[in-house]
Design a protein around this ligand. Structure first.
Ligand code: 13P
Length: 256
């Protein structure tokens, strides 16, 4: 099996500003430039739409790749408030999050729309990080695997056999709560997801963990055999913290 590529991704959610994002990316870019070459991992920042053009400009000639936080399934049309793949491509953005639990919880995202968005991203050459994960009630009811499996089955058939994308397992109860899944809890679900991907000949798909990842718990999570990186919310807002997690990934890369 080809080893999955490691990805350290930050999700700024609805945070930052033009000035702050410029300062942040300059600091991160400088920090990354001091790491041994080749980096051989992907470093991605998912920024709000209004900052994408500025982020692309600031991240030029650095190792930072910029992602959107969502993308629509149509090329153009009457979809107020949405953004298409071609709009992202016009800026040079070629990553996006899809199906984040906050989209599912607060904005009516469903398994069906996640599939539609993912399919369009693949057609248009945008690399999605597709998010799945159970709520606390679902976990406590012993439904974690059923929920994760339902969410995964919704899009597994549209995943290309060769193509770049990632899946992020983000248990909803661990997001923004400071309550990280233990490395064992994360590994259990990641192994479950990997087994299903393997049966679809997709076992090299990077599987990111997300949910209260911080500099002090990242190494332990990444040490798990089926954890190939992280999608980091709160702790990605401080450039030095994010950089330290990139450093951790680079130092563990060859041991994976
Ligand atoms: P936190 O790292 O703030 O828990 O957020 C995780 C997340 O939702 C990343 O997409």
């Amino acid at each position: 099996m080809k080893k999955p590529r490691l990805i350290v991704a930050g999700n700024w959610k609805m945070n930052s500003s033009l000035a702050d994002s410029t300062r942040y990316l300059e600091a991160l870019g400088t920090g990354l430039a001091s790491l041994p070459r080749p980096l051989a991992i992907d470093v991605v920042i998912a920024a709000p739409f209004t900052l994408l053009a500025n982020c692309m400009q600031t991240a030029r000639r650095t190792d930072i790749q910029i992602a959107a936080q969502n993308v629509h399934w149509a090329d153009t049309g009457a979809f107020t408030g949405e953004t298409s793949c071609s709009m992202l491509k016009e800026l040079g953005v070629n990553w996006t999050l899809i199906g984040h639990s906050e989209r599912r919880q607060f904005f009516g995202e469903t398994d069906v729309t996640v599939r539609q968005r993912a399919q369009q991203a693949f057609h248009q050459g945008i690399r999605p990080i597709i998010c799945i994960g159970e709520t606390l009630a679902e976990r406590e009811a012993g439904k974690t695997e059923a929920v994760v499996s339902r969410q995964l089955e919704a899009f597994i058939e549209v995943l290309p056999k060769s193509g770049e994308f990632a899946i992020a397992y983000e248990p909803v109860w661990a997001i923004g709560t400071g309550k990280t899944a233990t490395p064992q809890q994360a590994e259990e679900v990641h192994a479950f997801i990997r087994a299903r991907l393997k049966s679809a000949n997709l076992e090299s798909t990077p599987l990111l963990y997300g949910g209260s990842v911080k500099p002090d718990n990242f190494a332990q999570l990444l040490a798990q055999p089926n954890v190939d990186g992280a999608l980091i919310g709160g702790a990605s807002l401080v450039a030095a913290d994010f950089l330290s997690m990139v450093r951790t990934a680079v130092s563990l890369r060859d041991k994976k």
